[in-house]
Design a protein around this ligand. Structure first.
Ligand code: NAD
Length: 260
């Protein structure tokens, strides 16, 4: 379905981003991977994706806290593949503390990666998408884009901001074939969440299994994690023709979190 198209997926060396990259490659899209990690491991991942799905896969090491590096990543993908047809703003980090204890540099980092990088990447891809009159922008927000939890001031602020940005970009392109939507995952078992399970197990002196159960029971009525594959499949759907009138939406994949 996406054969010949090029997708840039930020933060795709791990977790949800990797699931999205795999799903898009599975539909024939060429992929620009991005994210941190061990160079050899990333190269192994890049080559394995290319071999498994018979698509071109490139990697760009842009640090998304740096707007110039975000722009360079989009320019590199355009040089490599001719155009960026699909942009998935996925990279994100978490930091938990009460507002009065929240370190300023962690606030700045969360806002830069989880929110501002989306703006810089979208700004960089829109002109060429307009020329070609086709594009799909998918922002990975969170259930925390619509509701809050204590001790997540920067993350909740950034994710609410992502939903605002998503709506504006959708409206500014409403009469074109460029759509912009957000996916709002609940808990997905990735390194980002494993860290929170580890913290919970350590601070409450409970087993890892109990910590996992408690984390889900607090928010996610299905008591099951959503998966990177499920987020990938929804991203593929948002790239399809069938989704061309879904614009500015915030789509939950959250086991019922937001239904409460
Ligand atoms: P993860 O920690 O597994 O992956 C994060 C990715 O972002 C990694 O590839 C990492 O290298 C990359 N990254 C981090 N900082 C970066 C930077 N400065 N520059 C470039 N890349 C950077 O996390 P995940 O759980 O897969 O999260 C992916 C997205 O999904 C995030 O935006 C997160 O907020 C969102 N999300 C996750 C969950 C969840 O339960 N896991 C729930 C809702 C939303």
């Amino acid at each position: 379905m996406l054969s010949g198209k090029c997708a840039v997926v930020t933060g795709s060396t791990s977790g949800i981003g990797l699931g999205i990259a795999r799903a898009l490659a599975g539909e024939g899209a060429n992929i620009m991977l991005n994210g941190f990690g061990d160079a050899q491991e990333i190269e192994r991942l890049r080559a394995a994706l290319a071999a498994e799905f018979k698509v071109k896969v490139a990697y760009n090491a842009a640090d998304l806290t740096q707007p110039a590096q975000v722009r360079d990543m989009i320019a590199a993908a355009t040089r490599e593949f001719g155009a960026v047809d699909i942009l998935v703003n996925n990279a994100g980090i978490q930091y938990t503390a009460r507002v009065e204890d929240f370190p300023e540099d962690r606030w700045d980092a969360v806002i830069a990666i989880n929110l501002s990088s989306n703006f810089h990447a979208i700004k960089a891809v829109i002109p060429k998408m307009r020329e070609r009159n086709w594009g799909r922008i998918v922002n990975i927000a969170s259930a925390h884009g619509l509701v809050a939890s204590a001790e997540k001031a920067a993350y909740v602020t950034a994710k609410h901001g992502v939903l605002g940005l998503t709506k504006v970009v959708a409206l500014e392109n409403a009469t074109t074939h460029i759509t912009c939507n957000a996916i709002c995952p609940g808990w997905v078992l990735t390194p980002l969440v494993q860290k929170q399970i580890d913290q919970r197990a350590a601070s409450q002196k409970i087993s890892m299994q109990q910590a996992k159960h408690d984390l889900l029971a607090e928010k996610q009525p299905s008591l099951e994690f959503a998966t990177p594959q499920q987020i990938g499949a929804l991203t593929v759907f948002l790239c399809s023709e069938a989704a061309s009138q879904i614009r500015g939406a915030a789509l939950p994949v959250d086991g019922g979190w937001l239904a409460q």
